[in-house]
Write a protein that binds this ligand. Structure first.
Ligand SMILES: Nc1ncnc2c1ncn2[C@@H]1O[C@H](COP(=O)(O)OP(=O)(O)OP(=O)(O)O)[C@@H](O)[C@H]1O
Ligand SMILES: [Mg+2]
Length: 240
């Protein structure tokens, strides 16, 4: 039987008087790619940041990780449990090299042999990063920084990897390769929660998806059904 690794139950988040997330419920099973899709200001980033513990104070409802209530835990504790969020908007450490950025990802780990293997794994996924392992991250192109953010997430060896719009600002050809890599990372056994405005691409790699609109989940289904849904096509895939 599939295990629910992450469960978000009737969760809300308010920034002062602004309710950004309003009573959402969803789950991620071990081995899945689940995507939250929706337009600007829907509450996607807020949801991820609340799961990671990066924002606190405005939450209600419950977030369970492997059955443990993490709704009020600190970001540090949550990272330690094995929940990783790829840095948003390519916020790599610009004054550190590619290699040092990856080392930062593995900071809490002690399994030296597996860490070595994971470096090779990341460099295998992103040969461009390997070629540039001594280059300062701030001088990488946008797409390369995005790759580094994903690589750093992998170096944390998380039980679940959360990504916030990995395709943001990338040229179409690079977008395709990022999603191919997300598919690959998942095929290699990692569970992924993917937040995207690029619904078409996200639904093409995900197993299931949730459509988020102004803080609410308005639809949830298999990715295949969501892709076929006329409503989703009209509203979110930019097709008539
Ligand atoms: N720190 C904050 N203080 C006040 N309001 C905020 C804050 N962060 C986000 N919001 C508001 O919460 C709502 C949800 O924002 P959020 O960033 O979660 O949306 P999103 O779905 O990630 O959108 P996008 O696709 O544009 O990134 C928005 O109305 C936003 O203005
Ligand atoms: Mg966002």
């Amino acid at each position: 039987m599939a295990t629910k690794i992450l469960e978000v139950n009737n969760f809300s988040y308010s920034y002062g008087r602004i309710k950004a997330v309003d009573d959402i419920s969803f789950y991620v099973e071990e081995g899945e790619i689940v995507t939250l899709i929706g337009g600007n200001g829907a509450g996607k980033t807020t949801t991820l940041r609340a799961i990671s513990g990066l924002i606190r104070g405005g939450q209600s409802g419950q977030i369970l990780f492997k059955g443990q209530d993490i709704t009020h835990l600190s970001a540090h504790k949550i990272t330690g449990l094995g929940i990783a969020q790829c840095l948003e908007g390519r916020q790599v450490f610009s004054h550190l090299t590619v290699k040092e950025n990856l080392q930062m990802g593995a900071f809490l780990r002690k399994d030296q042999n597996k860490i070595k293997k994971d470096y090779e794994y990341v460099y295998g996924l992103f040969p461009r990063l390997k070629e540039r392992d001594n280059q300062l991250a701030g001088t990488l192109s946008g797409g390369e920084q995005q790759m580094l953010a994903v690589g750093r997430g992998i170096m944390m060896d998380p039980k679940i990897l959360m990504m916030d719009e990995p395709s943001l600002g990338l040229a179409p050809i690079v977008v395709n390769s990022i999603f191919e890599i997300i598919r690959q990372i998942n095929a290699d056994g990692r569970t992924i929660l993917l937040v995207e405005q690029n619904s078409n691409a996200a639904l093409s790699v995900a197993h299931r998806g949730y459509v988020v609109e102004t803080g609410h989940i308005v639809m949830s289904d298999t990715a295949e059904n969501l892709r076929k849904s006329e409503e989703v096509k009209k509203a979110y895939l930019g097709l008539e």
